[in-house]
Design a protein around this ligand. Sequence first.
Ligand code: PHE
Length: 349
Amino acid sequence: MQEQLVDLQNQAKNDLAKAKSLKEIEEVRTSYLGRKGALNNIMKRIPGLSPEQKALIGKLANKLKVEIDRDVEEAIKRLDLTSEVPLVMKGEKTTAQDTGGVFDLTLPGKRKPYGHLHPITQTINEIKRIFCMLGFAVEYGPEVEQEYYNFDALNVPQEHPSREDFDTFYLDNKLLLRSQTSTVQIRIMEKKKPPVRMIAPGKVFRPDTVDARHASMFHQIEGLMVDEEVSFRDLKFVLTSFSEIYFGQDIKMRFRPSFFPFTEPSAEVDISCSICNAKGCSVCSYSGWVEVLGAGMVDPNVFEAVGYDPEKYTGFAFGLGVERLTMLRYGIDDIRLFFENDIRFLSQF
Ligand code: PHE
């Protein structure tokens, strides 16, 4: 058997020397090393040998395998591969392996998929565009705020529940993470004299328990218009125009009386549920209406805090929830999807 193995190696060497193409080399390789090849045929007889013979032949056979493999590699190196690159048709898969170790650099590359903006950013951009058409400027304020801007200047009384720990994230040094974008109203009015017409998009933070409708961080867009003789009529006109452009003419809007410390009178604004066509579904709690924003006429105390004359100026303010609007537009039923960074969800927008 030892002799047979030596013969085998010599034969393989001879055959490889004669092989003139990758295909032929591969044929030689399989005829010796393949499952039904010559080497395997010899190995099959090993179990019937004596223990000493087993060890000897086993060792030799392994060595042979390694050496034939090496000879095959060498035979491939000797070939002139430039003539071996097959003509590749459009759409055909090509790897260095298919072309025998040579890669055709002139082939078209693999395209990487384009990324795009997050759906929340897309909504914010669209809302900015709509309010710019209505003559509003875009302003920004800090996410880490002083209590003064988040509460005091907004006429929020000292004992108001929104000031509690369970409704606001407090940091050291009397700072907090803003719980509403209404802070930007104050910051802008401190800097500018009327007329003011602005929106302020941004992140807000609340220690809510996270579920399908709540997240501890979400986005709001604040709106503020101040001038002489601004009335509730103007507020209704601006918000209705916005809703018609954003959702289309078929969506209805309703104003419900409500309360906010910084507006008087105040309203909560619902739109007819776009997911079920106001017939009632889980998103609208089977009421046909979904709340999308809070609004009202700026409270005179707020004007006093920023040094505007409440006898001369009136204004309206509103704050809308960006996630809510995006969910209604696309029929998304879980707010957490926006923040999980799952490409399968995000790539749909
Ligand atoms: N800041 C209010 C909120 O977060 C919304 C609001 C803004 C209400 C402006 C009235 C006026 O709920």
